[in-house]
Design a protein around this ligand. Structure first.
Ligand code: FMN
Length: 142
């Protein structure tokens, strides 16, 4: 039974974004996502956000509508929508990775991120396998 809806998007982070903006996004995410049964991952790197949202399709699409309108990001582009049997980030109301910190810039993170940035060229088929590889490799998220 495919009951979990997964959505991955990329957006441009607002240039004036501060550390406290990120903290506020994560605080709201943890509260709202716990209530709405959403889990996932948010990565910030090179002034781009990549986010995986997973849960019921209705809940994911509802929060996506809010994020699209959020002035802390712009030019949001959905890269992938799919369903599966299980969550990739079960238990994570919203994991966060600062992908600009050198100790987070693992090959797996960079490969996944590049696939998202280049999705038009490389094909979207790479995104999910590379995300799973990153998920398996990231000790901080285990
Ligand atoms: C890149 C980005 C990702 C976000 N992710 C989430 C999220 O996963 N869940 C969430 O509730 N809000 C998220 N937000 C914040 C929402 O846009 C919105 O500010 C928030 O849901 C409002 O919460 P409140 O009604 O409790 O104040 C995100 C915002 C940005 C810019």
């Amino acid at each position: 039974m495919s009951s979990v809806f997964h959505l991955i998007y990329i957006s441009k982070a607002n240039q004036n974004l501060s550390y406290s903006d990120i903290q506020n996004i994560l605080t709201a995410s943890k509260k709202n996502n716990a209530r709405d049964g959403i889990t996932g991952l948010l990565i910030l790197r090179d002034d781009y956000f990549v986010q995986l949202l997973e849960g019921s399709e209705a809940a994911v699409k509802k929060i996506l509508g809010t994020i699209i309108m959020d002035e802390r990001n712009s030019s949001l582009k959905v890269l992938l929508e799919t369903t599966s049997d299980e969550r990739l980030f079960d238990g994570w109301e919203m994991a966060f990775v600062d992908g600009d910190l050198s100790n987070n810039s693992t090959q797996e993170l960079v490969d996944f991120f590049e696939a998202c940035v280049d999705s038009g060229h490389k094909g979207k088929g790479l995104i999910l396998p590379l995300l799973k590889k990153f998920r398996a490799s990231a000790p901080i998220l285990k």
